[in-house]
Design a protein. Structure first.
Length: 337
């Protein structure tokens, strides 16, 4: 990774990403689970935590309890090819961002505020666009109300202690780390470092309220011919803890990949009730159409090119439909604590 030649550098990044996608072994699943488990172990050490959850990949590609084979998502190869084609067509020959990051990153806030307006590199080849091709894992801590700042301080210390990092902390080192991870997996060795972490914090009452609101949000969107939208705006760990410039659509995460860990009884029951309510009201095809309304174009292409993802989604909806709730009405069971 000494060369700053643009095309050579981008080829290496796309090679890393492609190889990770192609390596759909049991070892890779074990490694992914290891990453999830270490975050959950850290989350359990935060006083007043109410569990954690994961979103995004791999959660929409894993079967119940990590069963089944990880599907190869062929759209990732097209996504990477687009980056490489962009580099080939660029008038730039040097990835000048490397030198800038090495010299200036200690004083830069993150990979957006300074990099985004910079005219010295094509937008599609800036650090965050490049790093987005690499695998990471999205995990969320559910913390006690009013204790977000305490949780931030404790998590920051524990991440350092356990060797977990975000891609924003040292982008150049992140690329080298992921290269080593991928090559170890390919060669049948368990990596000794973790995937880049995309960490978020949400307060307990806010999460519980949003879970409760999902069925009504979907109902109203259908009634009004709108895309269902329920914004969730957590504290996210980049170089430091911050609010990102855009909220997430919680309906998207809820339907696609929301996977909870160690929730207390009340929060777990809220989650089960919302899932049950949605799947009792809508059939599989209707739920599929609702999901597709909230997916980004890149994720839609992933589903189009990988039929296993559709099958996993339908299987998940049927599991939700078979949920056995306690012998209470929805309203009785869903009163806030």
């Amino acid at each position: 990774m000494k060369s700053s030649d643009l095309l050579k550098f981008i080829k290496q990044v796309t090679y890393i990403s492609n190889l990770y996608e192609q390596t759909n072994t049991e070892l890779k699943k074990e490694y992914i689970k290891k990453n999830i488990d270490v975050f959950n172990e850290i989350a359990s050490k935060v006083p007043g935590n109410h569990g954690s959850f994961g979103t995004g990949y791999p959660f929409y590609a894993l079967g119940d309890n990590y069963k089944g084979e990880l599907p190869i998502i062929t759209e990732q190869f097209n996504y990477n090819a687009d980056l490489l084609n962009h580099a080939k067509k660029s008038k730039r020959t040097i990835w000048g961002c490397r030198g800038c990051l090495t010299s200036n990153y200690d004083t830069m806030p993150d990979l957006k505020q300074v990099c985004k307006p910079c005219p010295k590199m094509d937008d599609g080849l800036k650090p965050r666009k490049v790093i987005n091709r690499l695998p990471d894992i999205d995990m969320w801590l559910v913390c006690a109300d009013g204790h977000v700042q305490d949780a931030e301080q404790i998590l920051s210390r524990l991440f350092l202690q356990y060797g977990l990092h975000t891609s924003d902390v040292d982008p150049i080192q992140t690329i080298q780390d992921v290269k080593n991870i991928v090559e170890n997996l390919k060669n049948g060795r368990m990596p000794s470092v973790f995937l880049p972490l995309d960490a978020h914090i949400i307060e307990y009452s806010k999460l519980k309220k949003m879970i409760h609101q999902v069925p009504e949000t979907i109902d109203n969107s259908i009634k009004n011919s709108e895309i269902p939208y329920l914004p969730i705006h957590p504290r996210s760990y980049r170089k430091t803890w911050q609010y990102d410039d855009m909220a997430y659509n919680f309906v998207h995460d809820f339907l696609l990949s929301f996977t909870g860990f160690n929730f207390n009884h009340s929060l777990e029951e809220e989650l089960m009730a919302s899932r049950k309510q949605i799947t009792e009201k809508y059939n599989d095809e209707e739920l599929w159409q609702i999901l597709f309304q909230v997916l980004g174009e890149a994720t839609k292409r992933r589903f189009y090119s990988t039929p296993e993802l559709y099958e996993l989604f339908i299987k998940k909806m049927n599991i939700w439909r078979d949920i056995k709730l306690e012998d209470k009405t929805f309203n009785e069971m869903r009163i806030d604590e």
